[in-house]
Design a protein around this ligand. Structure first.
Ligand SMILES: [Zn+2]
Length: 575
């Protein structure tokens, strides 16, 4: 290699622009042909990297046409070298997979052009950005300010195995994390060294709330790490980090491969990623596997909550929260529209005023509801009870399969109206699990009771009279029905009213066409079983009762106190 470098220097001194190099060392020295070829290409490449103003424009590698193996070795080396840093490369994605919650993308591309929050650079101990090919490319793209910052803050360089963060100068990212990878050693420490560097880089990214980070294949260029060592070290570093930082800001990691060893490195990463792709693939929805996976998740508030946010588990929130467990939050306009749409789309004008519970309403003469305000109840204590109940249903569905939707239950006419009226991309769908028959349903409440519900939840044990299906919580799929219960039958008005849009886990549904006023809990799974105290001990119990018969509205009844969560409070008037 030194010999070629000397030749190229000489050429430059004379201002020449082309050179012919024979298949050096492959003759009487018996040097391995592929190594000779790679070294020749590297020597030329390195010279070009180090002397950007060279007069060299053309290199001819001359091999005897009879020497087929040498010819092939040089042809391969040249093809690989064409993916070198200073040449145009064929950008391509190699694979995508997840490690815990972090998405990983492996691709052939230019690191210095990445549009991510943080780019990881590879530097030597001096932290002089003008040494090392990758560092030089990054420094050239970032500009003088980054070099100055390195020199000013770390005049004596950094130690091997450590990382430092600087601004990004002219790059399209926000920060650069400069890492100093120790050289490869023949013992087993190299993989651990790379793993540790990756964790350190990601911790720096986490400190600055970075979401996306791009890495080079660390140590593969001048630190001479085998591709497999680097691939194993980097992926296990990401795994290590994601285990100890479960709610990290880092969501996306890119690993960029380039340069003369790209084929070998790509293969190592793709091979290594197979183990992660299998283990971390999300099961398909509507499968028992999906339900089992949900059952094992930490219980967290929904992602869209704003007071009790989902970055902490419910346990942690309750430990840290020393006063009020609940807050009534004004929702954003998207959520307000989604809730309003459910109120309006489930309104059934033709049913207004019909039936015993609607007494007094026909005299009011109104043709619909106008939503004035939507608020979200963020009550971490009530939600904890609900989340536990929901998790139990995930477990049940994981055991016996996902629950039938209402239109699949025999004798039932159609699916639940509220769920049917949700838009495909509705915010209300974001954490709703119809697999366990979780739905949003309405519950009308009188002016004096809604405040109690905010702190204590829906408690049917306090209901005055037993309903047609016994002692349970009654919910509605139509806003017309819920509206019947928001004021006394003897004192109907057009004043402001309140109803809740309730998250409800119906689970396995028992459908009945006759009234069963004595129920204290649903009947069991056995078809034809009508009783809450049957002898069918080998069957599990249903989780809810739906009354669908010759009534004006269907009734949805739940018998467990924690089966429902009153998530949205709707203030409205009759118009
Ligand atoms: Zn039974």
């Amino acid at each position: 290699m030194q010999f070629i470098t000397k030749c190229l220097k000489e050429l430059n001194n004379r201002g020449f622009s082309s050179i012919a190099i024979p298949g050096l060392t492959t003759g009487f020295l018996q040097f391995p042909k592929d190594l000779a070829a790679t070294n020749t290409c590297r020597a030329v490449g390195r010279y070009i990297d180090d002397n950007p103003n060279t007069t060299l424009r053309e290199v001819h590698l001359v091999i005897h046409p009879e020497d087929k193996t040498t010819l092939k070795a040089f042809a391969d080396a040249v093809r690989n070298w064409s993916l070198s840093l200073n040449t145009e490369i064929e950008r391509k994605e190699l694979c995508r997979f997840k490690i815990k919650k972090i998405s990983v993308l492996i691709k052939v591309d230019k690191l210095e052009e990445e549009q991510v929050d943080m780019i990881v650079n590879s530097v030597d101990k001096t932290l002089n950005l003008d040494t090392g090919t990758l560092s030089k490319v990054i420094a050239a793209a970032a500009g003088q300010t980054v070099k100055d910052e390195c020199h000013k803050n770390h005049p004596s360089g950094i130690t091997e195995g450590s990382v430092v963060v600087t601004s990004a100068g002219n790059l399209k990212c926000k920060k650069i994390c400069h890492s100093c990878v120790p050289p490869h050693k023949p013992d087993n420490t190299s993989k651990k060294n790379i793993q540790d560097i990756v964790v350190k880089c990601l911790e720096k990214a986490e400190q600055d709330q970075m979401v996306s980070v791009s890495f080079p294949a660390l140590g593969t260029r001048y630190r001479h790490h085998p591709a497999k060592t680097t691939a194993q070290g980097m992926l296990s570093g990401i795994e290590e980090f994601s285990k100890s930082h479960t709610s990290t800001s880092v969501k996306q990691i890119h690993i960029l491969i380039y340069g003369d060893r790209h084929t070998e490195i790509s293969k190592a990463f793709v091979d290594e990623s197979v183990g992660y792709q299998g283990a971390s693939a999300e099961p398909e929805r509507w499968t028992p596997e999906y339900c089992r996976q949900q059952y094992h998740k930490d219980l967290c508030p929904p992602e869209y909550w704003t007071t009790f946010t989902s970055d902490k588990s419910i346990k942690l929130w309750k430990t840290e929260c020393d006063q009020d467990y609940h807050k009534l939050v004004d929702v954003d306009s998207v959520t307000e529209k989604a809730v309003e749409k459910l109120v309006l789309s489930t309104w059934q004008q033709q049913k207004l005023g019909h039936g015993r519970d609607a007494a007094g309403l026909s005299n009011l003469k109104y043709s619909g509801l106008k939503v004035l305000k939507v608020q979200r109840l963020e009550n971490i204590d009530l939600y904890e009870n609900y989340a536990h109940f929901r998790a139990r249903l995930f477990h049940k569905a994981g055991d016996i399969g996902v629950f039938e939707q209402l239109d699949g239950v025999s004798q039932s006419s159609k699916n639940i109206a509220t769920t049917e009226h949700l838009d495909e991309d509705s915010i209300l769908k974001s954490e709703l699990f119809p697999e366990i028959n979780e739905h949003f349903l309405f519950h009308g409440t009188k002016a004096d009771t809604y405040k109690k519900i905010l702190s204590q939840g829906l408690d049917f044990r306090m209901a005055g009279e037993k309903g047609m299906f016994g002692q349970g919580m009654y919910l509605a799929e139509s806003s017309t029905k819920a509206d019947q219960y928001t004021d006394p039958k003897t004192d109907r008005t057009k004043d402001e009213k309140k109803m809740f849009l309730v998250r409800s886990c119906l689970g396995k549904v028992h459908l009945t066409q006759v009234a069963k006023p004595k129920l204290h809990r649903p009947p069991c799974f056995q078809s034809g079983c009508e009783s809450d105290s049957c002898e069918h001990s080998e069957f599990e119990r249903c989780d809810s009762v739906v009354g669908e018969g010759a009534w004006i509205f269907r009734e949805f009844v739940t018998y467990h106190q924690y089966q429902n969560y009153p998530e949205y409070l709707i203030t409205y008037i009759r118009t």
